[in-house]
Design a protein around this ligand. Structure first.
Ligand code: HEM
Ligand code: HEM
Length: 176
């Protein structure tokens, strides 16, 4: 297995992907949860869908990176309980980063609108119709997992800030 050059920081590709995907996910959580509120000013759903597909593609690249490289070792005094908790949260993030776009893709394929990528070209639709059980199920799942995702992001950011501000350790700097 290949190792990364810098032992105390994620490498440049991992850091770039982390922050780009984080920004896109915050955009999608905001437009998903609050889009209806500002619909009169800006209909954000086409951008929500297109950005969701960008998140799917970038997450696949990121997962490929993750399976190929070893992450930097934690400091020796990093509590094993924190380590396990972080690993569980990160694992769930990877699942959600794929599950949200895929469930969105399934139920939006049954809708009348094209899946336009910022007006440049159309993303292919899946061969589903509104009466299929999988369409209803993926719609429900998209909502439930969307809320779970928002909750986990709050937890993750809280943990990063807790390490940085209260514990004053190098956890946040691993990703900067
Ligand atoms: C990581 C990517 C994504 C995230 C985090 C995300 C998140 C969300 C959230 C939180 C909601 C609001 C749920 C609710 O309050 O009912 C939502 C709604 C929605 N999403 Fe996504 N989404 C993503 C990707 C996609 C994709 C790829 C599509 C379609 C191609 C899509 C289509 C929709 C649609 C049409 C709604 C409105 C559903 C309704 O109001 O009934 N999303 N999304
Ligand atoms: C909003 C969406 C975000 C998502 C989906 C996300 C996802 C992830 C994932 C999956 C990892 C694990 C990387 C790996 O080992 O493969 C990670 C690590 C990390 N993230 Fe985030 N992140 C987000 C936002 C943020 C923000 C806003 C901060 C800072 C305030 C942050 C700080 C960190 C830090 C410090 C690590 C390294 C933790 C460690 O080494 O254990 N993340 N993030």
């Amino acid at each position: 297995m290949a190792t990364i050059a810098d032992p105390v920081r994620y490498n440049a590709l991992a850091r770039t992907l982390h922050w780009v995907i984080a920004a896109l996910i915050i955009f999608n959580l905001t437009t998903g949860l609050f889009g209806e509120g500002f619909e009169k000013i800006w209909a954000s759903m086409p951008a929500h869908k297109a950005t969701g597909f960008m998140i799917l593609l970038l997450s696949l690249v990121r997962l490929g990176w993750r399976l190929r490289w070893r992450t930097p070792d934690y400091p020796v005094d990093f509590k094993p309980a924190f380590r396990k908790f972080a690993a569980a949260t990160h694992g769930l993030f990877y699942i959600l980063m794929l599950a949200l776009p895929i469930t969105g893709w399934i139920f939006a394929s049954a809708g009348k609108w094209p899946l336009s990528i910022y007006g440049l070209f159309d993303w292919p639709k899946l061969g589903v119709t509104k009466d299929m059980a999988i369409v209803g199920a993926s719609h429900e799942l998209h909502e439930v997992l969307g809320f779970a995702f928002a909750g986990l992001v709050v937890l993750h950011v809280g943990a990063a800030l807790y390490h940085h501000v209260a514990l004053k350790d190098a956890t946040l700097r691993r990703m900067l």
